[in-house]
Ligand binder design. Structure first.
Ligand SMILES: C[S@@+](CC[C@H](N)C(=O)[O-])C[C@H]1O[C@@H](n2cnc3c(N)ncnc32)[C@H](O)[C@@H]1O
Length: 234
């Protein structure tokens, strides 16, 4: 396995992101201030949150007014969900399996005056959402590095970095399209640090098609990495 895909390397990044110098109580991203709680994915350390904003067209430089309803799975600090609300989405649901990420998103929604439109929910993927709640956009910036099947998480933060056996990806690929309102889009942020061939096999098994809508190439700590915005179709 190439070193960029190594789950041990990703777990090392997770540990590194817990160092106090990477854990300011608040940070600045895209001209806004954001709270960061203890065990939550740190956007500045990881660098992927801004890439997700760009892939979605949620940027200040090329404003693309958003509307409709937006579900963010795995919201972390809530930067993407809150930005979607600020860009015009009328109803945003932000969920995370890490309870502290849910609290963090609620804090940032209040900080930016959109608490009335952003509902933060503690949930394993879709499990904590009411049956039949549908969205125009469903999005997950996933922990795209695959860990071995039996890997047991040692901290809540590790779930932001790796997915053992791609079990969570498999559920997401199967379930995300079922949460769409007519004409909606089920999206996934993935990268070449993950195993796209394996994800495609999972999609095929689940009767889904994957289409890469947008790509964004970066050099990540010396390694060329490509980020993808993937549309999951049934
Ligand atoms: C790569 S981080 C992205 C965080 C945030 N969206 C951002 O871009 O800064 C992935 C997030 O997915 C969450 N996550 C992992 N497995 C999950 C699951 N089964 N259900 C819900 N959230 C999950 C993690 O806790 C983490 O917050």
């Amino acid at each position: 396995m190439s070193h960029v895909r190594s789950y041990l390397r990703s777990l090392g990044r997770s540990r590194d992101s817990m160092r106090p110098e990477h854990r300011p109580a608040a940070f600045s991203l895209r001209g806004r201030q954001w709270d960061l709680l203890e065990t939550v994915f740190a956007p500045l350390h990881a660098g992927t949150t801004e890439i997700v904003l760009d892939l979605l067209g949620l940027t200040e430089t090329e404003p693309q007014p958003w509307s409709g309803t937006f579900l963010e799975i795995g919201c972390g600090t809530g930067v993407v969900a809150v930005t979607a609300a600020l860009a015009g989405c009328e109803r945003v649901v932000a969920s995370d399996i890490n309870a502290e990420a849910v609290a963090n998103t609620a804090l940032n929604a209040r900080r930016h005056g959109v608490a009335d439109r952003v509902r933060a929910v503690h949930s394993d993927l879709f499990a904590g959402l009411p049956d039949g709640e549908l969205f125009d956009t469903v999005m997950w910036s996933s922990p795209y590095v695959r860990a071995p099947d039996g890997y047991r998480f040692t901290t809540p933060l590790e779930r932001a970095y790796v997915d053992p056996g791609y079990a969570a990806h498999e559920r997401y690929v199967a379930e995300a399209p079922r949460r769409l309102a007519p004409g909606g889009r089920a999206l996934l942020h993935f990268s070449s640090r993950g195993d796209l061939a394996r994800l495609r096999r999972i999609a095929e098994r689940e009767g889904r098609q994957l289409e890469v809508l947008r790509r964004h190439a970066v050099v990540d700590r010396g390694d060329p990495v490509e980020h993808f915005l993937i549309d999951i179709r049934s």
